[in-house]
Ligand binder design. Structure first.
Ligand SMILES: *Cc1c(COP(=O)(O)O)cnc(C)c1O
Length: 492
């Protein structure tokens, strides 16, 4: 009896399906392999059997699907020797934490997708200390009574900035929402049309305003807003004049906006408060380090602005937090808002924030110890030396694998801060020869410590501004592994 080709293919598929090992059988192979790898120190000694079986089941299901889809595998593909490497690879991937450190070689200092700000050692030590032990989070050690978590950093903030009072919440978006909800719910807030910003991650002033229950009154034009525009908008329903820092864009050309001092003077006449959302508020004047001049938090408060909000993890260089500083009477009102409880700062953040703030009492110390400030104020020469160290570690890498060159580039501040401020920096440019640029990037992302760079033209740039001195050795090892071992695998 002759069979039609399709009938014969169906029979082959059935035979292949039967050749797929049982889950328990393949799990036993993998368990034995784990034991060997653990003895060699290559894998953790105890792998939960549930995890192990899930990995096996997933791989075998994949094969089943492929066979049913008509893929003609050879029966040899389903043997122990062929399956084990794939199983081990999957298991290794599954054992890695989902959330882990990586090397930021993008040159973007305050990189929102890569964790924004790095904490100084002081801050991580303080964080660890309170994380594992009980603390006086809400306990007043002097009176032995219940205390307030806010009091732990309020003195530091008022001393550093000259504000009368301060409050910290989960992040700056929460700070803006909380202030508007407290001071303006059901009433009107006047904002310039040139300042209706959208920040990455869908924070938009008009939408936050709507959620707070305040009504937005837009004034002026996109490029120009005058004092009289604000004045004409003030009425019975006005609760607040709001100024928003246009963090992530610049309006240039024929422009004008009303300075904080002038807005304050106008508001005083109507007994209205002025709020400013500074976004990346900074406590130090970056123009001293050759960066663009931006008003500091102290200057904004000195201009008479009643409430200022800004992020803890942008230019301040601390943990994620929203800082609210200003007039005592207003801050007290904000503290009492029940919404505050939902937006409150957690104890780890508070511990880290306190340490970072303490560093600001000595500006030089702050620039040295706070990674964000250190990276922003690093000189081109310093970064070039770091790039040369990296280059030297890769001197044996064959040119046939990859062309390497040190190049001048511009880093960015990031985090929607100082958007037009290019920082001269030095990068290692890589042009792979045996794999594509796309494959190189992918392999670097898949490394145990992933490396993220940026592509320009047909090269991968690794900007050393955002790579720490103590990451250079690790970075070189990852590159070596990916460019040599990685392309061997590809060829084999
Ligand atoms: C970044 C930013 C925010 C949001 O701050 P988060 O701390 O990210 O919540 C709000 N307003 C402005 C102007 C900003 O730049």
């Amino acid at each position: 009896m002759t069979r039609s080709p399709s009938a014969s293919a169906a029979a082959d598929s059935r035979a292949l399906l039967r050749a797929i090992p049982k889950v328990d059988e393949a799990a036993a192979w993998l368990a034995a392999e784990v034991e060997v790898a653990a003895a060699a120190g290559e894998m953790q000694p105890v792998v939960p059997s549930r995890l192990l079986k899930n990995v096996v089941r997933e791989l075998l299901d994949d094969y089943r699907r492929r066979i049913l889809a008509g893929e003609l595998l050879t029966p040899a593909a389903l043997t122990r020797d062929q399956l084990l490497p794939s199983l081990k690879k999957r298991l290794t991937a599954r054992l890695q934490p989902n959330f882990r450190p990586l090397i930021n070689a993008t040159g973007v200092v305050v990189h929102t997708n890569l964790g924004r700000s790095l904490l100084p050692e002081e801050a991580t030590a303080n964080l660890m200390a309170v994380a594992a032990r009980y603390s006086n989070l809400e306990y007043d050690l002097q009176t032995g009574r219940r205390g307030s978590r806010y009091s732990l950093v309020e003195d530091l903030l008022t001393e550093l900035t000259g504000a009368e009072a301060a409050l910290v919440v989960n992040n700056n978006a929460a700070a803006v929402l909380l202030v508007l909800q407290t001071l303006a719910a059901g009433r009107e807030v006047v904002v310039s049309r040139g300042q209706l910003v959208e920040i990455g991650g869908s924070f938009r002033i008009p939408e936050v305003m709507a959620r707070s229950g305040a009504r937005l009154v837009e004034v002026g034009a996109t490029n120009r807003t005058h004092r009289r525009d604000y004045e004409q908008a003030i009425g019975e329903e006005t609760a607040l004049l709001l100024k928003v820092h246009t963090s992530n864009y610049r309006i240039s050309g024929f422009t004008s906006e009303v300075a904080a001092e002038e807005l304050v003077e106008l508001a005083r006449g109507y007994r209205l408060p002025v709020m400013e959302d500074l976004g990346s508020g900074s406590l130090l004047d970056f123009s001293r380090y050759g960066l663009t001049r931006e008003p500091t938090v102290q200057e904004v408060l000195a201009a008479g602005v009643d409430v200022v909000t800004f992020s803890g993890d942008k230019l301040l260089g601390g943990p994620q937090a929203g800082l609210i500083l200003g007039r005592r009477e207003l801050i007290e009102q904000i503290k009492k808002n029940p919404l505050n409880r939902a937006l409150r700062i957690d104890k780890f953040t508070l511990a880290a924030l306190e340490s970072v703030l303490r560093l600001y009492f000595d500006e030089e110390q702050a620039c040295r110890q706070i990674p964000t400030l250190r990276m922003l104020t690093a000189s081109y020469e310093e970064i070039r030396r770091r790039a040369q160290r990296l280059r030297r570690r890769l001197k044996d890498l064959p040119v046939a694998r990859c062309e390497l060159e040190l190049v001048r580039v511009n880093s960015l501040v990031g985090g929607g801060a100082l958007p037009e401020m290019p920082l001269p920096s030095c990068a290692l440019a890589l042009k792979p020869r045996q794999i594509s640029l796309h494959q190189l990037e992918k392999a670097l992302r898949a490394a145990p410590v992933p490396v993220i760079g940026r592509t320009e033209d047909d090269r991968l740039l690794l900007d050393l501004r955002t790579v720490a001195d103590n990451e250079v050795v690790e970075l070189a090892a990852v590159l070596q592994e990916v460019l040599v071992a990685g392309s061997n695998e590809q060829v084999a």
